[in-house]
Design a protein around this ligand. Structure first.
Ligand SMILES: [Zn+2]
Length: 217
């Protein structure tokens, strides 16, 4: 059976990549995204800025990272990160990786961001974790990020690099990436004003329960 075309996902990826630029989370060709299409992953191409990429530039790879068609663009240099997450977590349908300024600054400090706001509960734990540093594009980095997210995490920092957000769909992953950036900005500003108060694990647990029923029925 031939691999799926993923034509809807191709448009969605371009639109999401442009949205990340418009919101200041990425610029030039930094950051990359992927969407699961059946047994494959559609990833953004290497080195093409969001405002110059087309749906046809998106690259379909299998879950070993092998391009499944001749004549495709080269996939993002961070394809191992995307493939590693897609293999480790069948629940993940979309992955957003950014070099957004606030999250990257926090990642340079290299520590988890504590629960200074209840939005942390959206990330599946009681902190925003930080994966250890490894060279970009390496298997080692993919393993660090898979471990930092664990079985249920939805976002983490990547030390001296950036951030990653995962969700069932692309819009939700982009929303999480925006939440990560916002939280890191709030934490930085709060520390400039004084010692931030950190919410307890029990409170974050209560918020997580509440978030499960948040929104429209
Ligand atoms: Zn990166």
């Amino acid at each position: 059976m031939s691999p799926p075309d993923g034509s809807t996902a191709r448009h969605d990826l371009v639109e999401a990549a442009r949205r990340l630029d418009a919101t200041g989370l990425n610029q030039n060709s930094s950051g990359n995204l992927s969407v699961r299409v059946g047994d494959h992953l559609l990833v953004t191409p290497s080195g093409i800025p969001a405002d110059e990429m087309d749906p046809a530039d998106q690259v379909l790879v299998d879950l070993d990272g092998r391009p499944v068609r001749d004549g495709q663009r080269a996939p993002t240099s961070e394809w191992r990160l995307h493939v590693g997450l897609a293999r480790a977590r069948p629940d993940i349908g979309a992955i957003v990786h950014t070099h957004s300024p606030e999250a990257t600054a926090a990642a340079v400090v290299g520590r988890p961001v504590p629960a200074v706001h209840y939005v942390v509960a959206r990330f599946g734990g009681t902190v925003l974790p930080c994966a250890p540093y490894a060279t970009y594009g390496s298997d080692e980095l993919a393993q660090h990020v898979v471990a930092a997210l664990g079985p249920a995490g939805t976002a983490c920092l990547m030390a001296n690099h950036g951030a990653i957000a995962v969700a069932g769909g692309l819009n939700a992953a982009v929303a999480l990436a925006l939440d990560v950036e916002w939280l890191c900005g709030v934490h930085r500003r709060a520390r400039g004003l004084g010692e931030p108060t950190v919410l307890t694990d029990a409170e974050i647990g209560r918020v997580a329960d509440r978030l499960r029923s948040y929104g429209q029925p």
